[in-house]
Each structure stands twice: as C-alpha cells, then as structure tokens.
Design a protein around this ligand. Structure first.
Ligand SMILES: CC(C)(COP(=O)(O)OP(=O)(O)OC[C@H]1O[C@@H](n2cnc3c(N)ncnc32)[C@H](O)[C@@H]1OP(=O)(O)O)[C@@H](O)C(=O)NCCC(=O)NCCS
Length: 181
C-alpha cells in the first residue's frame, strides 16, 4: 500500500459520490486482509451497498461509506430505513475525521431519499465513536434475514440516527425484511 503524504488542513478533501465500489476499492482502503471489518466471527451474510461515497486524496481512495434502502418492521409499523455499511478509513489516516466527513456526505444524500432514519450495525467497541457522530444504540432485539429462510438475532450492536429534525425512532422490536447490510 502506498504511503499517503500528510494532508494539509487547508486541503481536507471533499467527499464525492463514487461511480463504483468494488473489492479492489475496498482493498485500496483497508488492504486485502481476510476480515477487515472484524465481523467474520459472527458468520452472517451481508448485502452489498447500492450507493457509495468516498474521500480521495492524491489519487488514492482513503475512506468510504455505503448506503442501501431496506424494508424494516419497528413494533407494528412497517417502514424503510437507509442502511449504512462498509464504513472504512485507511489505517494510516484514521483519527483525522475522515469517517465523520464521509458519513456526513452519505447522510446528506440519505436525507433526500425518503426514509426517516439511517441504521447501521457495528462491533461494540465502535459504539462510542458512532455516538460521537450523533447515532444511538438500540436496546431492542433486531432480527435479520439470512440465507435458507432463516431469521436470526443480530449479534452486533444496532445504531440509528434521524435523517429529519422531527424523526423519532418508534418503540418495539426491529425486524429487517432483508439480509443485513
Ligand atoms: C471505524 C473507522 C471507520 C473510524 O474512522 P476514523 O477516520 O478514524 O474516524 P474519525 O476520525 O472520523 O472519528 C470520528 C469521531 O469519533 C471520535 N472517536 C474515535 N474513537 C472514539 C472512541 N473510542 N470513543 C469516542 N469517540 C471516538 C473521534 O474523535 C471523532 O469525533 P470528532 O470528529 O468529534 O473528534 C476506522 O477505524 C476503520 O475503518 N476501521 C476498520 C473498519 C471498520 O471497523 N469499520 C466500521 C464498520 S461499522
């Protein structure tokens, strides 16, 4: 992996919408390790994301966040959320606000798409980071679909954030009518 020159504060790159996000682009950010998100142990099948946002600097992709609209049940209500996934920042440029930057761009777009909330799954150590970015963790059980018509309880933490000022997450158990993203 090439080394990134120090990014001058005056040149913090603006996130852009990416025309594609393949395994090659993910490897460019995270390297080609077997389990770069650290979630392999949960053994889940995930959906690819449909819309992609990235931060590029000096010809190199440094950060990514992906979006995918998903049908969801919350209590008795059925609605849609914007699923957020594949949040990734290259190891040598972490801690410089690039996750904040790329997520803000992705959520700005998500606000134009209709659903009232965004939802993501993360490992427990990342909960404080996402809380810092305005997300909150759900305590309710979250069921997600898996291949073979299986419905499983999500072992990772589920976090949500409102996409509109008046959006309030309804009470009740949550069920994705899809694979997780
Ligand atoms: C998780 C990851 C995306 C974070 O990227 P990053 O660029 O280092 O994050 P940022 O620098 O934008 O930090 C975001 C905010 O969280 C804060 N933060 C970071 N670690 C924190 C912690 N342990 N507790 C509380 N806040 C924390 C930062 O200070 C920052 O807030 P600020 O802008 O107000 O200072 C990166 O570590 C990564 O790619 N990890 C591997 C892939 C992965 O696990 N992705 C997550 C999938 S859910």
């Amino acid at each position: 992996m090439s080394q990134t020159p120090e990014i001058p504060p005056s040149a913090v790159p603006a996130p852009t919408r990416l025309p594609q996000y393949t395994k090659a682009e993910q490897d460019e950010i995270l390297g080609g390790g077997a389990d770069p998100f650290g979630v392999g142990a949960v053994g889940l099948t995930w959906l690819p994301k449909e819309e992609h946002f990235g931060v590029e600097y000096d010809g190199r992709l440094l950060a990514h966040a992906g979006l995918l609209r998903l049908p969801v049940g919350i209590g008795a209500a059925r609605t849609e959320v914007v699923g957020v996934g594949g949040v990734a920042v290259a190891p040598d440029v972490r801690g410089r606000g690039l996750a904040r930057l790329v997520l803000a761009a992705a959520l700005d777009h998500a606000r134009t798409t209709g659903p009232r909330h965004a939802l993501l799954f993360c490992r427990p150590p990342l909960v404080p980071l996402y809380e810092r970015l305005g997300w909150h963790a759900l305590d309710e059980q979250v069921l997600v679909e898996q291949p073979g018509d299986r419905l499983v309880s999500m072992p990772l933490r589920t976090m949500v954030t409102p996409l509109h000022d008046d959006a309030v997450w309804p009470p009740g158990p949550v069920r994705l009518f899809s694979l997780p993203m």
